[in-house]
Design a protein around this ligand. Sequence first.
Ligand code: G6P
Length: 483
Amino acid sequence: DERSILSDQNSRFLVVTNREPIVIKGDQIKHPAGGVSQSLHRLLLKEGGIWIASRDSGGPDQLHVESSEGPGYDLERMNIPANLKSEFYEGFSNDVLWPAFHGCPEFMAPAPSFYSSYDQVNQMFARKIGKVLCTANPSVVWIHDYQLTRVALWLRKEHIPNLPPLAFFCHIPWPKKEHLTYISEHKEIIEGLLSHDLIGFQTEQDRENFLQATTSFIRNTEIRPDGMIRWNDRLIKAISMPIGVDSAMFDRMANNPRNLAKAHAILTANQLGNNARFLISVDRMDYTKGFIQRFEILRKLFSINPELRGKISLLQIAVPTRTGQKVYRNHQEKIRQGVLAINQEFGDKNWLPIISIEETLDQETLSGLYRLAEGALITSTIDGMNLVSQEFLASQHGGHGVLFLSRYTGTATILKNATAIDPLDPLQSAETIISELALPIELRRNRNLSLLEQIRQNDISHWISSLMSNISSYANIKKSLVA
Ligand code: G6P
């Protein structure tokens, strides 16, 4: 269903991301891996709006995406020349910013020309937003993530009359000063962010790191007593507003017999019979997700507790990601070898410790698998939030599956009573798994219900209301200063 963007004059949101929310294959529409685009996709289906992103697959440049959930949104797809795109995306975004922001300098592969391509593509995004703003009047321009830190800076140079509030959300951790300086252009990145009115971070720690970086590296900045940043003549509000999931939707999906049947089909296709006990993990095959550490945990688990062999497996949904980059291809190979090694060491002809599926499963099937699992194993060594852990709890509802949650995730700062593991300490993690799985079911169920309550309080609608209320309090402060 194609429709001109002109029809959507009063949309609430103008969302801007690098990754587009859909992949068009022939006459099929699929969704890319990664929690960010999927959360925003469901949000905009319900709320309506406009979405600008860079094109990744075939189909028209503009289209209307809708479902039964609400008005849907207009997607504006940008065509970025291939040479620029690769230096912007694989180059600066993923060979420089991603590893630096995640404190992994060993995975950085900078090259001198990357930054200028990155900045040019950010400028292209700004021009595109400028065009869309000629006909649309959204209540906020909401730019997302590390690929687009400089868009607002360029957008301000377009001198657009009545520019709506500019908000940014950083889905990944904001690094400590020492890690930020791995990036030669760190000042430019901070100045890009300071070009927004509102900057959102996942955690309080991320926000603090950002304020520190701002005062250390950028001249003419001041943190006012109310926490607002003054930079040159502008005021900027930096807040922590952790992203959440649509918990009601996961609960509903996991209760649907059709989705449970889909989940059972996956299990039987992978030699996990109807009553098989399994833990689940779902990740892009990224070096931040702790695959290698996970294998060590399993090695310990089946060594110190051999009676678990044959009794429980890990169902690992591992989605190939960023395969245009060598670092990722190498890491993905390492993951495959890791799976083989564990399976050879402990498995036999009737049982495998790890069943690894390299594909993107739809949310319905996943919700069913989350519901049926004995636990979820989250092993990220650093993770902005980690939505899988929240989707798992929402799908479990009154179930007794245990969330084994890496202490290095943003979600761990919200779910203080969850069962924390330290993926860098495989023995402790394995012991935790053993003792938790032995706990009475009633106890596990009650704990899940109380964690679920926290997930609900922090769900996606709370995220949006936090954005909107911060925008209006920002506007009030500005007004009071003018008065
Ligand atoms: C993370 C990032 C997102 C990104 C996603 C998938 O969640 O925070 O911005 O879209 O990974 O990565 P990709 O490179 O495929 O967009």
